[in-house]
Design a protein around this ligand. Structure first.
Ligand SMILES: NC(=O)c1ccc[n+]([C@@H]2O[C@H](COP(=O)([O-])OP(=O)(O)OC[C@H]3O[C@@H](n4cnc5c(N)ncnc54)[C@H](OP(=O)(O)O)[C@@H]3O)[C@@H](O)[C@H]2O)c1
Length: 297
């Protein structure tokens, strides 16, 4: 049996949908029964449990050979995933595929920031655990730009503190297609798969692609970092999260340019989704005519 954790979140729900679309059975871990309804589909067995509470994980881990381990990027990432690895090993799981990350900006040092450092620490913990492992390391999700849809729809502005920096965001749908293949085919133990999207784009180019998709003008506004930090706070992000965003964007702004890495797309025969296609798929959201329904993918 295969298990996906974080199954109602953005990447997790996309991987669950990929299994359902292909008629392949999968088990999906969620923290509460209400969260199961969003991913309910034939062949999807949802189980309730908490990765931080090993005693709750029996039903999720029984009979499981391979896990795709996802949890949120918050301050509990390290503890959550190390606790889960221990529980998985104790339950007889053979192989953990860790959903990690890797910034596309050249020269980015993951040890300098809490969330990226936590991923590195979990990777080291997993590789020393005795379990078979695979690391899946996508760059920024294209879906992150849906969080800017309200401003884009209201005033036609993409407001980010990024200067002329380029980023190479990747579509979660591409990551889900790769994750499906890693989970359902042999030969991925001990491998690390980095993924970016097919283009390194500055924010003028991102705004231009959203404008083309919506048929409305959208311009990039390079807002001062302090202003955007205040907006993240005003939007209700807890101070540590807003501060983490601000630090991450400041580093991207300082480093300036990204590289594209498509080896993983090629290795798994997945066509890299261009930002223009992603924007077209979500044009109604960027126009303000539709909400993001559930975790966007
Ligand atoms: N955002 C990006 O651009 C990006 C890029 C590359 C990699 N990543 C990585 O992708 C991962 C997912 O990020 P996201 O922002 O997309 O998160 P997300 O949508 O919030 O998904 C996280 C999932 O983990 C679940 N979870 C968290 N703690 C749990 C626990 N103790 N027990 C069971 N389930 C738990 C959450 O469940 P609840 O719904 O119950 O909270 C949720 O389903 C993170 O590790 C992040 O670092 C993100």
């Amino acid at each position: 049996m295969l298990l996906i954790t974080g199954a109602n979140g953005r990447p997790g729900s996309a991987v669950v949908r990929e299994f359902a679309r292909r008629g392949e059975p999968v088990r999906a871990l969620v923290r509460s029964a209400e969260k199961a309804s969003a991913i309910a589909a034939p062949g999807v067995e949802t189980v309730v449990g908490d990765m931080l509470e090993p005693d709750t994980l029996g039903p999720a881990l029984t009979g499981v050979d391979r896990v795709l381990m996802i949890s949120g990027a918050g301050p509990l990432l390290l503890e959550t995933q190390c606790t889960f690895i221990d529980a998985a090993r104790a339950a007889g799981v053979r192989h953990v595929v860790k959903f990690s990350g890797q910034d596309s900006v050249d020269g980015f040092d993951p040890e300098r920031f809490r969330s990226t450092r936590s991923h590195e620490q979990v990777q080291r913990y997993l590789s020393a655990s005795g379990l078979a492992w695979t690391m899946l390391r996508p760059s920024q999700f294209m879906q992150v730009y849906l969080e800017e849809a309200a401003d884009i729809a209201r005033v036609g502005e993409l407001r980010l503190p990024l200067g002329a920096t380029t980023l190479a965001p990747v579509d979660i749908a591409d990551i889900a297609a790769v994750a499906y293949r890693i989970l359902t085919t042999p030969g991925h133990e001990g491998r690390t798969y980095r993924m970016t999207g097919p283009e390194a784009l500055d924010m003028d180019e991102v705004a231009g692609r959203i404008a083309a998709a919506t048929g409305r003008p959208v311009r990039y506004v390079d807002v001062p970092p302090e202003e955007r930090h205040r907006q993240w706070l005003a939007a209700g992000h807890p101070p540590p999260r807003a501060a983490a965003f601000a630090q991450l964007f400041a580093e991207r702004r300082r480093l300036g340019r990204s590289s594209v890495h498509l080896d993983t797309h090629r290795a798994f025969g997945v066509r890299p989704t261009e930002f223009a296609d992603f924007a077209a798929r979500h044009a109604a959201v960027f126009r303000g005519a539709a909400a993001v329904a559930g975790p966007p993918a």
